[in-house]
Design a protein around this ligand. Sequence first.
Ligand code: ADP
Ligand code: MG
Length: 361
Amino acid sequence: MRSVTLQDINKTYLDKNRKLTPVLAINDFNLHIDNGEAVVLLGPSGCGKTTLLRIIAGLEQPDSGTVFYNDRPLESIPLRERGIGMVFQNYVLIPHWESRKTVGFFLRLRDREHEVPAHVETVANITGVDIDRLLGKFPRNLSGGEKQRISIARAFARDLELLLFDEPFANLDAKFRARARVELKRLIQEFNVTLVYVTHDQVEAMSIADRIVVIDAGRIVQSGTYQELLRNPDSLFVAQFLGMPPINTFWGRVNQGEWDGSYMGRARLPARREDGREVIVGIRPQHVHLCDSAVGIPAIVERVTPYYAEKFNLLEVWLRKRRWKIQVSMNQSFAPGDTIHCRLDWNMALFFDAVSGARIR
Ligand code: ADP
Ligand code: MG
């Protein structure tokens, strides 16, 4: 059992391409991860996810701050007691080692090589492939997806308390990826392993996380379950980063206490703001409903994109001189040029200060 605490972590790199200008990769980062919790670090490319994971693993020294495993500072814990299984992005396998040697390394050192087959079977379940046949191969004879399977096997074949995964399924086929997530989730629950999982993919985050920590520019911007983040974003960044299809956003100004989006009309603000302030309103594609022509706002369909797996059509339409994304059921068929009528669910609208991006509530 293992909890992980990150306390006041800062990390700066010197950018070699820009005359060694310092880049603040991690900025005053504080996070506690419980025993057995599955936490996903979610954020755009370059936001510091890999750096954080390397700091948690002890592979990277922070400039300041401390990592604790349970209540012990990481640097006071000998390597052999750390109990970490890691799968990194573009994991490099040792070229002159057969996969069997890579996977069995930890257990062989401890004269427990007989435990290896059980671990290999575990991983075969996760990645949906019989990896026995990969064990006799060298890295140069493995595809990207196969290398990734070997690194996952290597991560599991040890005394494990903490799994650190950096986009581990990126090189697996799409059909295996969904299965791999479900299987991983089941295993970490079964073995009570703590998981820190890095991804930029919200679907992956949603299916694996007990808690999602959203990161932007080296800082935590918000954390919570997928549903909490979707329904209650604290910022425009989170509102735009999560949600599928992405949220519709429109610019306006406060006018006599109301949001005024010119062609869009006016809407009541959830809290007082002085006139003239710039405010962005966000309405998710799920919160625009088709309705009767007598009461609805007319819109012209520009494009129709079917999402078969999720069973909806995405309509891109012109409505009040703005381009909108609207999610509709697959039962109705639409074509470009059709006129439809819509009702906007203003109760579900989200308002953000256009300058700071902070939610107005
Ligand atoms: P992510 O994994 O979220 O894509 P990274 O942790 O890899 O982000 O990088 C965070 C920031 O730190 C980026 O701006 C990246 O360019 C920079 N960075 C990462 N590693 C190094 C390095 N070794 N030297 C210089 N800059 C780095
Ligand atoms: Mg990365």
